[in-house]
Design a protein around this ligand. Structure first.
Ligand code: ADP
Ligand code: MG
Length: 296
């Protein structure tokens, strides 16, 4: 494109809350065939709330919440923060946990009042020798409602399922539909479990799903899709997304996201509107045409 076309395209983009940081990005945007979305904080608001604590095996509901909050207090994970906030709002207190460990994409372990406490995915608990069968029905029921369900185990036995809800952004479904109209395929990638991811995907409208992807596997997934010939835009907000944003043909960061995601990207959605993704692709295309006016 001529510099003039890029300036014009850049101007249209800016009015829509899209910052395109290089001339090269315009050119690649117009050839994108596949958009990969991170889930949490990108398609969803990224602000999980604890909606239910389902006690298991005769455990007491309030006791389960206290132990989970105590174990999660030292975790930075948004799910951990939601659990701790909820417990604080209920006015309960606890003694500081010891021996805290966290496993990326899995959960936490800590000692609380001499009890061994695990909070996280069923896989995380099984990895510590917990038989999760008695939790299965409650997990499935919550996940089918698009809730992220994490498990609490105390001294090696399931004690509760904690259900957390994160709402889809208001323009997520329209964003996906606009891309499909332009003939672009879409994929949702998340560390969350398959059933929750599929329930969210259904709300977002026929986006493909890759669930239970560990943070360090996201970039590899983008590389795999590129190897099959796709030209990829990756949209993300988190520290975990940075390698995938760099690997993609175009990295698109949510403006409200982490600094490292923004630094790893060619395009920044400054308004935080996920719907701007389809508009960015169109702006890439129209910047290469002679007239812009009647194309919008
Ligand atoms: P996402 O892609 O949604 O950001 P992560 O890779 O951070 O997900 O985590 C994947 C899953 O691991 C979460 O959905 C949750 O079930 C579990 N998990 C990770 N960290 C924690 C934690 N601190 N407490 C409970 N569960 C956790
Ligand atoms: Mg995210």
């Amino acid at each position: 494109a001529t510099p003039l076309a890029l300036i014009r395209g850049g101007g249209i983009a800016a009015t829509r809350g899209i910052l395109i940081r290089s001339g090269e990005a315009f050119q690649i945007l117009k050839d994108i065939t596949y958009v990969v979305f991170d889930k949490t904080g990108t398609l969803t608001e990224g602000k999980p709330r604890l909606v239910e604590v389902i006690p298991l095996n005769g455990f007491e509901r309030d006791r389960a919440l206290v132990l989970a909050a105590a174990a999660e207090e030292q975790s930075e994970h948004p799910l951990a923060k939601a659990i701790v906030t909820s417990a604080q709002e209920e006015g309960v207190t606890w003694r500081e946990a010891k021996d805290f460990h966290s496993v990326t994409g899995g959960g936490v372990f800590a000692r609380v009042e001499e009890l061994s406490v695990l909070v996280g995915t069923a896989r995380h608990l099984r990895g510590h020798g917990v038989d999760t069968n008695t939790a299965e029905a409650a997990l499935v029921e919550q996940e089918a409602q698009a809730h992220t369900a994490v498990l609490l185990a105390v001294n090696g036995a399931p004690a509760a399922v904690l259900a957390l809800a994160d709402t889809l952004k208001p323009d997520a479904a329209a964003a996906i539909a606009a891309l499909h109209e332009q003939g672009i395929d879409t994929l949702l990638v998340t560390g969350d479990n398959r059933r929750t991811a599929e329930a969210i995907a259904e709300q977002a409208g026929r986006v493909e799903v890759r669930a239970e992807v560990l943070p360090q596997e996201k970039a590899g997934l983008v590389r795999e899709l590129q190897a099959s010939g796709a030209r990829i835009a990756m949209v993300g907000d988190g520290i975990n997304d940075a390698p995938a944003l760099t690997q993609a043909d175009v990295g698109i960061a949510i403006g409200a996201g982490t600094d490292i995601a923004i630094e790893s990207s060619d395009v920044v959605l400054t308004g935080g509107r996920v719907g701007a993704v389809g508009e960015a692709v169109r702006i890439g295309a129209i910047s290469y045409r002679k007239t812009v006016q009647n194309l919008w």
